[in-house]
Design a protein around this ligand. Sequence first.
Ligand code: MG
Length: 330
Amino acid sequence: MPAAGESGKRLAALRQAQGLELVERQSKVPAARDSKNNKPFQPGSSPIGLRHGKGLPTLLAWFLLVVGMPRPKGLLLDLDGVFYIGNRLLPGARETLEWIRGQNVPCRFLTNTSTKNSQELVAKLGNLGLKVETEEILSAVSATKAYLENQGRPRPRVELLTRESAREEFAEFPPTEKGEADFVVIGDIGAAWSYELMNRVFRLLMNGAQLIAMHRNRFWEDEDGLRMDIGAFVAGLEYVTGQEAVIIGKPSRDFFQLALPQLDCEAADAVMVGDDIQSDIGGAKAQGLQACLVRTGKFRQDLLEDSEVQPDALLDSIADLPGWWEKQGE
Ligand SMILES: [Mg+2]
């Protein structure tokens, strides 16, 4: 994506001209750490041109340089792009999962996947040789269902834009009637989008329905390359209705807060591993977690360079997680 790279350079040049430094907006831990040597990237040698701010952030950065990050006590793991792409298992995924099991560290799989329910995800993972229990998966689908159940009114009318399997999760909610709904839920429906569909949703929203997006990811990585995700449709509907969607999955605060109690540790003692700089890394760091970005799946170097969100560690793949983990302080 040369355009993104150029915009990143322009952004960096503009900031330097203004006397500003590239520091993280959301975290007080400014140093991304390289998986190969576990050292923070240094100015000049950094692939992202990261520089530490002055005062307390600088002291903290040097402290972390000397002692490393505290070793995490809980793990949140993204799935798509981290353990697999499409139906292809990523190298080291199985071995790393076995290593995680051996550590007896609480872990949950936090996924924005909206095409499958949890049982189908477990089956898919099983076919790839990854043994995961249904209770370990927190998906945007199950969180959306929980959100609707907590609305304080019995069985709201819901217009569902999801695949058939995800639709089964919402069987308890009555459908739209007479052109009116309480909620419109948007998940991944692949190529089923059309003007007619969007206009029907538009009318429901203008008639008072509330827009809910299982997530608003911009794109994802499939076996044949990047694919546009539902964020574009969510943004389009927000634009034409003037309504802001409720975002259920990553990077929403509530999604992370749903997961953290299940790890039985403080946010600062947990680490999120994902391939999405905004949803995974930005979402986790906004809630005070550590965050490791993997260079697999939808990862693109240009997007990392452009982002004000920076990970605490950059791993070539999930295969590098054990090595990074072992280097963290006790
Ligand atoms: Mg992912």
